[in-house]
Design a protein around this ligand. Structure first.
Ligand code: NDP
Ligand code: 2IT
Length: 450
């Protein structure tokens, strides 16, 4: 059997063992597509059975999360934590609270996280968790009671040397606070390093809140640099308007770019004013009021309009940063972006571009930065938070941001060099997958069959 056939057979087995988990299959296939070149050179990766082991989580926890809303009604949600790989360090990865969450989403995110975390160069394994709880429209007290119930089961699986969650969609500073408070109460330990994304003043790190968005822009900046370009004077489209999108917008603007559109799940806004999206207003609407993107457009006046048809990717731009959710940018969107002269796409979200869109980007002149590289700044800064917690230290904003920028430049170089080494210059997908896979696989072989 050829290497390609052997990889296909493993993939088919993964599909059959994990029925109905489309997003997980997609994430596995995306990595497998890059592996033939490395397995050709290093057949021991196949012979040692590393790949099937890597596709099976070390542990999967599914639990009941009962809670009572403000009107006294009982709700039962489902909680998940998939502890995927501890080969490079404690399981590390966020928690997502969104009604779409099921095992297949958590496994796709956990699988991605293994490779992303390897790319950061920090000692962290891969995991992910969450719940099908929908925080939208819930009061602070409801969110607190939900987080407390969630942690009353999850705590037994966590620890600074075991498993360290953080935020993701629907989980930000407020939720991390409630989760940490409950963990501390149950365990009677102020174990700072058990969660990241904590508040500044009680163990949180400067720049963690900004890190994913900033990091994505730093990565895109490195990509632009290979073309002798920068953000200065360029139009940029950023999808989403949550944590990643907001701080991506902030950094784009600091670097002289103009953000012409952003979105949420209710639609997208095109802002045609000379300096683009009004970040202060967007933050007020989204972070303070927890409002909708339409509220932003209304407050912004005639310069901004909510689009009621088409896609945010129809808005002409030089650089596109998908920062909302998986599979939000499809083949038709990719074609439109290319036709409109887009030259760089960097994924702030996890797996926002569909496989067909990724294929088109990598076959075209567009430089495409996959999420596991481009959005690794968030988890990398989480690892910096763990480092500060372990040494009971706290670093300045400037120092931490400098570290983040260095880490993103290192990841960019690592992906670019690996792509070059394997004869696919400019293919960041191949570079990210091959480089991180090799690191993880080598560690698995060294640590034996466990
Ligand atoms: P937030 O919850 O802060 O924001 C999510 C944004 O995406 C919101 O604007 C939301 O709109 C939109 N969105 C969510 N789900 C959908 C959907 N099904 N369809 C359309 N829009 C949607 O999350 P984050 O900003 O933290 O996360 C965004 C992405 O970045 C995710 O893919 C996440 O996995 C990834 N990521 C996050 C990191 C972090 O540190 N937070 C690190 C690395 C990656 P609405 O409010 O209407 O739902
Ligand atoms: O997808 C991600 O990398 C995150 N949600 C951040 C994970 C973390 O542990 O900081």
């Amino acid at each position: 059997m050829t290497v390609a056939h052997r990889l296909d057979a493993i993939y088919e087995d993964v599909r059959q063992r994990n029925p109905g988990e489309g997003e997980f299959h997609q994430a596995v296939q995306e990595v497998f597509q890059s592996l033939a070149v490395v397995v050709d050179r290093r057949p021991e990766y196949l012979d040692a059975g590393v790949i099937p082991r890597l596709c099976e989580p070390e542990r999967q926890i599914i639990f009941r999360v009962p809670w009572i809303d403000d009107s006294g009604k009982l709700h039962v949600n489902r909680g998940f934590r998939v502890e995927f790989s501890s080969v490079l360090g404690p399981y590390k990865g966020g928690l997502r609270f969104h009604p779409s969450v099921y095992l297949g989403i958590v496994k796709f995110l956990g699988f991605e996280q293994i490779f992303k975390n390897a790319l950061t160069g920090m000692p962290i394994g891969g995991g992910k968790g969450g719940s099908d709880f929908d925080p939208k429209g819930r009061s602070d007290n409801e969110v607190m009671r939900f987080c407390q119930s969630f942690m009353s089961e999850l705590y037994r699986h966590l620890g600074e040397y075991t498993d360290v969650p953080a935020g993701d969609i629907g989980v930000g500073g407020r939720e991390v606070g409630y989760l940490f408070g409950m963990y501390k109460k149950i365990t009677n330990r102020f174990e700072s390093g058990v969660l990241t994304g904590k508040g500044i003043g009680w163990g949180g790190a400067q720049v963690r809140k900004e890190a994913t968005g900033y990091g994505t822009v730093f990565f895109a900046q490195e990509m632009l640099r290979t073309k002798g370009q920068s953000f200065e004077g360029r139009d940029v489209v950023v999808s989403g308007s949550g944590n990643v999108a907001i701080y991506a917008i902030e950094k784009v603007q600091e670097l002289g770019g103009r953000v012409v559109a952003c979105s949420d799940s209710s639609g997208y806004v095109v802002d045609e004013s000379a300096d683009g999206v009004d970040l202060e207003l967007l933050q007020e609407v989204k972070e303070v009021r927890r409002g909708r993107i339409g509220d932003y457009a209304e407050a912004r006046g005639p310069k901004a309009s909510v689009a009621d048809n088409g896609s945010i990717w129809d808005v002409p731009c030089h650089i596109a940063l998908p920062c909302a959710t998986q599979n939000e940018l499809d083949l038709a969107d990719a074609k439109t972006l290319i036709d409109n002269g887009c030259v760089v796409v960097a994924e702030g979200a996890n797996m926002p571009a569909t496989p067909e869109a990724v294929k088109l980007f990598t076959e075209s002149e567009v430089l495409f930065g996959p999420g596991k590289a481009a959005n690794a700044g968030g988890v990398a800064t989480s690892a910096l938070e763990m480092q500060q917690n372990a040494s009971r230290d706290s670093w300045s904003f400037e120092h931490t941001e400098k570290r983040l920028a260095e880490i993103m430049a290192d990841i960019h170089e690592r992906c670019a060099d690996t792509a070059e080494e394997y004869g696919h210059p400019g293919d960041y997908v191949l570079g990210a997958n091959v480089s991180s896979f090799q690191q993880v696989a080598d560690a698995m072989i060294a640590q034996g069959v466990v």
